[in-house]
Design a protein around this ligand. Structure first.
Ligand code: SAM
Length: 186
């Protein structure tokens, strides 16, 4: 079964259901303000931003509001269940600047050099998103001056993920603010 089919599988979507409830829970919102975290990624109004693994949309709605109408947020996930939930939230919020895309982020199908900023928020490490395949795809879709913003969970992965990103040789470190690592495309 390829990753696209996996995203449609009833079993996977059933397994993802409890995780989805936690992702969008009031407790998470109480512990963490998604807007404040996103502000540390330096999103600018009018940008074209790719959000990898949008899940149930915890970061999607505030990111779309930061970008505003002239910009565009591509919210991507492979789970059909999550995609349905995010699409509903986007409709309810009447947001016109979000494209919700069900797709494997290892092969986004986006044009090369078309994205200002790629967000990896709460998605790495993840077994279906190996860095040795994800980072080259992120570099491909980013514009020459594009940036990658990474928010990591759980905290212990801070010990190795940032190092692996630098060792890929595809990105240079710019800053770290409030747990968000910012990199520039090389
Ligand atoms: C831990 S959840 C985080 C969701 C969201 N970013 C958040 O913080 O609430 C990881 C998400 O990545 C998605 N995902 C995993 N592998 C993927 C892939 N290869 N392509 C697209 N999405 C993927 C999962 O379906 C899931 O929604």
């Amino acid at each position: 079964m390829n990753t696209e089919d996996l995203g449609n599988s009833k079993i996977l979507n059933l397994l993802f259901k409890p995780a989805g409830s936690m992702m969008g829970s009031g407790a998470r919102r109480w512990l963490m303000n998604p807007l404040k975290t996103l502000q540390c990624a330096g999103i600018q109004p009018g940008q074209t931003v790719l959000e990898v693994g949008c899940g149930t949309g915890f970061f999607t709605i505030p990111a779309a509001k930061l970008i505003g109408d002239p910009g565009c947020l591509v919210a991507m996930d492979l789970s059909s269940g999550y995609i349905e939930q995010v699409s509903k939230k986007v409709r309810n919020e009447n947001l016109k600047n979000v494209r919700v895309v069900k797709r494997d982020a290892l092969d986004t199908g986006l044009d090369s050099a078309s994205i200002d900023k790629a967000l990896l928020f709460g998605v790495i490490p993840f077994p279906l998103l190996p860095l040795n395949r994800l980072l080259p795809e992120m570099r491909r879709v980013l514009k020459p001056d594009g940036t990658l913003a990474v928010w990591l969970f759980p905290p212990m992965v801070h010990f190795w993920v940032p190092k692996s990103i630098l060792q890929s040789g595809l990105f240079t470190y710019v800053s770290k603010r409030n747990g968000v690592y910012n990199y520039r495309r090389r």
